[in-house]
Design a protein around this ligand. Sequence first.
Ligand code: AMP
Ligand code: MG
Length: 269
Amino acid sequence: MDVERYRVPPGSRVELSEWDPEDQQLYNGSKEKGKKALLPLNRRLETLQELLYAENKHRLLVVLQGADTAGKDGTIRHVFEGVNPQGVKVASFKVPTPVELAHDYLWRVHQQMPGRGEIVIFNRSHYEDVLVVRVHNLVAGEVWQRRYEQINAFEAMLADEGTTILKFFLHISKEEQKKRLEERLTDRKKQWKFSRGDLAERQHWDRYTEAYEAMLSKTSTAQAPWYIVPANRKWYRNLVVSQVILAALERLEMRYPEPESGLDAVVIE
Ligand code: AMP
Ligand code: MG
């Protein structure tokens, strides 16, 4: 699977209409087969996460963005299935609290960054500050406009200091969102997820699309690339995200730390 086809090259101008949310070019199996194909990937991630933790050298940040119902929660659940919970943390970014609003927009985000040996998954992120904030004019235009560069500088600093950053935009169609919202309305087990607020956001679909395109065009860098994940099919979305993470971890060429010398002479009585 050459998932690099979904990476946004730095400096390119993204038009989301050119990216097919139904795409499944890298895997021509059925849904059932696609689901099964994730299992060995889960096992590999489990092994690599343990190595990351043991080596205690690198940090990994995974950023998930996407419209309501795009599958941010589902991606976390499925891609990280079976991974030791001790080495992975999820940080979800909601409407900022008064304390968070009293600080700069990166303050709450910086605190959640992974330490050495850790993986942190961002369920939404500092990108909300150029998405919902832009769509709803929550700050003046000149304030959100300068954030793209600020975010690039912030992420460059993190990468220079040893954090691997992978950013995923889960791309669903407007029709697929309709289907998923309808399920939330009618399925007893999904009703808890239904929010009238999501319907209000759906009214702004086109403005969100513009904001996503600007984000993807301006903030996909060599050190912190965006991947546009075809997300209408959940199993395909999971396969793509998993493969990108595995490839990045493998590129780190991690090793178990050298044991202290003289271990061969130690006798356990
Ligand atoms: P959910 O992910 O469904 O729990 O919803 C979280 C909500 O918080 C979404 O509607 C986001 O748009 C909103 N949110 C997250 N970050 C911000 C932010 N910086 N400013 C305003 N709203 C935000
Ligand atoms: Mg929601």
